[in-house]
Write a protein that binds this ligand. Sequence first.
Ligand SMILES: [Zn+2]
Length: 416
Amino acid sequence: MTGFDLVIKRARIDDDKDLVDIGISGGKISKIDKNLSAANVIDVNGDVVVPSFIESHIHLDKALLERVKPNLEGTLAGAIKITGELKKGFQYDEVLARSRAVLEMLIAHGTTYVRAHPDTDPLGGLTGFKVMLQLKKEYANAVDMQVVAFPQEGIIKLPGAFEILEEAMKLGADVVGGCPYNENSYEDTKKHVDLVFGLARKYKKDLDFHADFGDNPDDLRYRSIDYIIEKTIKEGYQGRVTVGHMTSLSSIDPALLKDTIARMAKAGINIVPLPATDMYLSGRGDVNKVRRGVINPKPFVDGGVNVAFSSNNIRNAFTPFGRGDLLMIGSLFEHAAQLGSISDQKLLLKMITENAAKILRISDNYGMAVGKQADLVVLGTKAMSDIFLDVPVRKYVIKKGKVVYRSELLELKNWM
Ligand SMILES: [Zn+2]
C-alpha cells in the first residue's frame, strides 16, 4: 500500500514482536505492517515509538514562580499562602509567558494532551483561566487541551468563589474542578462537593478533584473520598470523576484502604497521584519514619481502579523542581513506589498513555492502533521496558501526523 502522508519505518511498538512500519494518512494511523513506503519516511532503526503522553493534571498558570517567591516553610499551607499572595498581582501577559514556556517544555518531552487546572478564584480572578483558553486555541496543532475551572482557595470559605467558578463554566470550561480539603470544617467540605457536582450536572461536564491532600486521615476534610464515592454513585457519574493527590490514603489502616479501593472501583473513580508534589509536601511534621505521601498505585490497579500520574506543579511553591517531563516524574514514582519489575515498567507507561486517556475520555481516538489519531513519540531507546530506566531523548514528537518537535541532539562518541 502506498499513498501514506508519512511512514515511520522499523519502529519498536512491542518488546516481544518484530519491528513494524507505521503508515499515517489524514492525521490518523492508517496501517501498521511491514514494508510500507511513502515519499515522506522517518526510519527510526528500531527505536521505541509510543502514543504521545498525557498530562492529566498540571498547573501552567502558577508554574515557574519558585525563584520569585520560594516556599521556605515547605508545607502545603505555606505553598497555598505564597501562591495566593502572588496570584493577587497576576497580569495576563506575564501568566501567558510562563504558561507558554511550560507548555513548550511539555511538547518537547512528548506530551500532546494536557488537562490544565488554572486557579479560578477571587484572588486571581479569571486571568489564569482565560490564558488557558487562549493557549488551547494557539497550540491546537500540537496539543489537545482540556481546561478545568479549579477553586484552589475553597468555595464556602471565600465569598464570590462559587460565582467565579460558574462564570468559568459559562466561558467554556471543559471540566469542573474541586478542592474540598480547603474548607474550614468537614460540613463545608461536603457542601463544597455538593456545589461542584451541581455545576457538573448543570453544564454537563466531568469532575476533577484535588482531594485528601494531607497526612492526617483522621481530619475528615482529608477523607472526602467517602463522600465523593457516595455522590458519584448517587448522581450516576461513574467513570466521570477523577481525584488527584489522595496522599492521606497512604496513612490509613490497610483494611480501610482495601475497602476504600473496592468502593472507588465500584464508583468508577479515577485516581491521579502527583509524585513530585506529594513527596515534596507530605510528611513535613514527621521527624523520623518520614512518610513519602505518594500512594502506591498497585493495590488500586489490582482492585480495578484506573490510575494515572502527572506532573502537577513545575518550579513553584508546591514543587520547586520539574521540567515538564512525564518520564522524569515516572522515574521518581518508580523509586518512591518501588516499581522495579518489567510488568511495573509496563504499568508506568500505561498510566501516562492508556489510563490517562480514560480520564480525559479520549480513548476512542487515542492509542497505537489503526484508525486512531497519529499522536506519537519516537524515543531514543530500543526497548519499551527501558523507557523509565533510560528516560531517553524524545527524537520526534508527532501530532495528528505532523512532526511538531524534533530533537537537535547530534551524538558524538569520540573517546577512542
Ligand atoms: Zn494540582
